[in-house]
Design a binder for this molecule. Structure first.
Ligand code: HH2
Length: 283
């Protein structure tokens, strides 16, 4: 099996030249959009294969829904959901860049052993104190996302004095802790956490002010895919009808400096960001 550094090399060289697309694979019964679709191994593998064919640069594999109001999944259950699938995808596609979407260091460690090379932690490595050392020792890349509270409580009237400043300061502190734990600068990506303890207006402000987050000096990942603020802005559309709204956020996120977009719909996203790249990365 190739090393983490070897698998990550093409991602590193593409960063900044084109927008990377991270395809979402939720192995959960209850995710807000794709819950229940990929809970058996064959279907998960077929979906992974499809997203790779459609041009996904990274597959983000998760076993715990973090939708508003959700409860944590027990450790053993999360391991049972994600590790065999990561193992199977890594064996079939050794060059595929696999990310594990977890806040639990044990899940991260087993996923990295099975072939993942990115840890996507929606808590910015704050929910599990062992997470920084697991990431540092493995040489994996980490996505540090901002969340206010926990998935259970985050949408209960979130308030900020200045949402952009608060999110940027918190992510800067998360990055500092990561560096202190021995994770190199090049292995740290930041994410404003769209929808994680934010109102519609907070989400819009964070997207419009992406250049402020970019100025911290780390690659920025944005996850807007089919989220509720899009449905809200379109008069209450359900997740199934939020594709066009999602694509609008992708194009503008690229214009505002996003390096990576996390999406359910890989083919439409790849086409959208290619055009946005042609318009914005023309130097
Ligand atoms: N959003 C979700 C989950 N993980 N990770 C990052 N880095 N950024 C995000 O914006 C993000 C994320 C929520 O989306 P989804 O996985 O589709 O839903 P669920 O949490 O219900 O599984």
């Amino acid at each position: 099996m190739p090393t983490i550094a070897e698998v990550l090399a093409p991602i590193r060289s593409a960063l900044g030249k084109r927008t990377l697309v991270m395809g979402i694979l939720n192995l959960t019964p209850d995710s807000f959009y794709d819950g229940g679709r990929y809970t058996d191994l064959d279907r998960a593998l077929a979906r992974a294969e499809q997203m790779l064919r459609e041009g996904a640069d990274i597959l983000d594999i998760g076993g715990e829904s973090t939708r508003p109001g959700s409860d944590p999944v027990p450790l053993e259950e999360e391991i049972r959901r994600v590790v065999p699938v990561i193992d199977a995808i890594a064996n079939r596609y050794p060059q595929a860049v696999l990310s594990v979407d977890t806040t639990k260091s044990t899940v991260a460690r087993l996923a990295l052993q099975a072939g993942a090379c990115i840890v996507n932690d929606i808590s910015g490595m704050t929910f599990d104190p062992e997470m920084p050392s697991v990431v540092a020792e493995s040489g994996a890349l980490v996505v540090l996302m901002h969340i206010k509270g926990t998935p259970k409580t985050m949408q209960q009237n979130p308030t900020y004095d200045d949402v952009v400043a608060e999110v940027c300061n918190t992510l800067k502190a998360h990055a500092q802790r990561a560096l202190q734990a021995g994770i190199p600068h090049e292995n740290i990506w930041l994410d404003p956490g769209i929808g994680f303890g934010k109102t519609v207006e907070h989400n819009l402000q964070l997207l419009r002010n992406l250049p402020t987050l970019k100025a911290l000096g780390y690659p920025v990942l944005v996850g807007t895919s089919r989220k509720s603020f899009i449905g809200h802005l379109l008069g209450g559309l359900p997740p199934e009808e939020r594709l066009e709204g999602t694509l609008a956020t992708l194009a503008l996120s690229v214009a505002w400096g996003a390096d990576v977009v996390r999406v359910h719909d890989v083919l439409p996203a790849v086409r959208t960001v290619r055009i946005a790249d042609a318009l914005c990365r023309h130097a």
